[in-house]
Design a protein around this ligand. Structure first.
Ligand SMILES: Nc1ncnc2c1ncn2[C@@H]1O[C@H](COP(=O)(O)OP(=O)(O)O)[C@@H](O)[C@H]1O
Ligand SMILES: [Mg+2]
Length: 334
C-alpha cells in the first residue's frame, strides 16, 4: 500500500503500522531466540545511533513519567559488528527497567546514558535515580522469570534475554546498585571490525528480467500470503499461480512447467516437505526450483532446510526481503 499512495497522512499512518508490525516481529523473534539460541546477525553498527533511536522512540514515555534523560555519547565511539535489532532490544529492556523503577519513586527521575571507549572495548552505562536493588535480589535479577513486578508489568525475561544477547556478542552486562541510591547497568562490548568481504558485490545487481522466471507456482495455506506474493511477482512481470495445499500443488506441477516454486513448509494435510519429496521423485528437474517459506524455527524445520541446502525465506517478510530470496533462489538455479 505504501507504494500505491502519495497522501502524506496515509503514508505516515502506514509507516506506523509497518514499524509497529516490525517491532512486534522483532520481539517475537527475540523471545524465540531466547528459547533456542539463534546466533546474532551481525553487521557493522553504530551503537550511539542505536541508542539515539531508542531514546527518541521512548521520549514520550520519559516525558509523561517525568524523567529527565541525559545522553553523553562519545562522538568518537567506533562502530562494531553487532546485531542492531538485538542491541536495540537490550537497550530498551534496560531503559524500561530504569523507567519503571523510577516511576515507583514518585519523584522526578533522571536517566544518564553514557558511551565510552576502553582500549578494544566499548561501554554503555545506564544510570538511574531509582530506588536501587536490594542486595538479596541482586543475585537473581539476571535469572529468567525473576521479577519483582506485578504480572501485568513484568515477565522477568528482560534482563536474562539481554544478558544472553550481549554474551553472544562476546560482551558482558554488569550492574552496580545499592538500595536507595539508584542503579547503573553496564553493557560492555568488544569492538569488532567488519570482516573484509569477498567480492560478492556483483551478485547484488541481479536484474530479475535476466533471471528468466516467467511462471511461478506459490503454495501456501494462508491466502493472505498468496495474495501478497502474487502482487509482488506480477508487479515484476511474472505469471503467478497460487494453491493453498500440497495436493493441489502436485496436480499443478504435473500439468505444467514452472520456473520457480515458492512453497510454504507447514501446511495442513500434505506439507511442503512432502511436496518437495514427491516432486524430487516424479519431476527431479524441478527440484532445484524450490524456494521454501516458513515461519517455523523448530529443530525439525531447521534440519530439513540445512539438509536440503535450499534457498528459504523466514516469515514475516517484506517485499524487499522476498525479492532478495527470489534472487538467491534463481542464482542458485543458474
Ligand atoms: N534499574 C533498575 N532498578 C531497580 N530494579 C531493577 C532495575 N533493573 C532491573 N531491576 C530488577 O530486576 C528485575 C528483573 O528485571 P527484568 O529481567 O527486566 O524483568 P522484569 O522487568 O520483567 O521484572 C526487576 O523485576 C527488578 O526487580
Ligand atoms: Mg524488564
Amino acid at each position: 500500500m505504501l507504494g500505491q499512495t502519495e497522501d502524506e497522512k496515509t503514508v505516515r499512518d502506514l509507516e506506523q503500522i509497518l514499524s509497529g508490525g516490525q517491532r512486534a516481529a522483532k520481539i517475537v523473534k527475540n523471545l524465540l531466540s531466547f528459547a533456542r539460541e539463534t546466533s546474532p546477525e551481525k553487521q557493522l553498527s553504530d551503537i550511539n545511533e542505536i541508542l539515539n533511536n531508542v531514546l527518541e522512540i521512548m521520549e514520550y514515555d520519559f516525558r509523561v513519567s517525568n524523567i529527565e534523560v541525559k545522553a553523553q555519547l562519545d562522538p568518537e565511539l567506533p562502530q562494531t559488528m553487532a546485531d542492531a535489532n538485538q542491541m536495540q532490544q537490550v537497550f530498551v529492556n534496560i531503559i524500561n527497567n530504569a523507567q519503571q523503577a523510577m516511576k515507583e519513586k514518585d519523584k522526578p527521575g533522571g536517566l544518564t546514558v553514557r558511551t565510552t571507549r576502553h582500549a578494544d572495548r566499548l561501554r554503555v552505562e545506564f544510570t538511574d535515580t531509582g530506588p536501587g536493588i536490594p542486595l538479596d535480589q541482586q543475585k537473581h535479577i539476571l535469572e529468567p522469570f525473576y521479577t519483582t513486578k506485578s504480572e501485568s508489568k513484568g515477565t522477568g525475561l528482560g534482563l536474562s534475554i539481554s544478558y544472553g544477547i550481549v554474551k553472544a556478542h562476546g560482551g558482558n552486562i554488569e550492574f552496580r546498585s545499592s538500595e536507595g541510591e539508584g542503579s547503573t547497568f553496564i553493557v560492555d562490548l568488544p569492538i569488532v571490525e567488519e570482516p573484509t568481504a569477498p567480492s560478492v558485490e556483483e551478485t547484488r545487481e541481479i536484474d530479475l528480467a535476466k533471471l528468466d522466471i516467467q511462471k511461478v507456482l506459490v503454495i501456501d495455506d494462508e491466502e493472505d500470503i498468496n495474495e501478497l506474493i502474487t502482487e509482488i511477482l506480477t508487479g515484476v512481470g511474472c505469471e503467478v499461480v497460487t494453491v493453498t495445499n500440497g495436493e493441489l500443488a502436485l496436480k499443478k506441477i504435473e500439468a505444467e512447467v514452472y520456473d520457480l516454486i515458492v512453497c510454504d513448509l507447514r501446511m495442513p494435510g500434505m506439507d511442503g516437505t512432502e511436496v518437495y519429496n514427491q516432486v524430487e521423485q516424479t519431476k527431479p528437474e524441478l527440484a532445484g526450483r524450490f524456494l521454501f517459506l516458513t515461519g517455523d524455527i523448530s529443530d525439525e524445520t531447521r534440519e530439513f532446510l540445512e539438509r536440503m541446502a535450499k534457498p528459504h525465506l523466514m516469515k514475516p517478510f517484506t517485499r524487499d526481503t522476498f525479492m532478495e530470496a527470489v534472487e538467491r533462489a534463481c542464482t542458485k538455479m543458474s
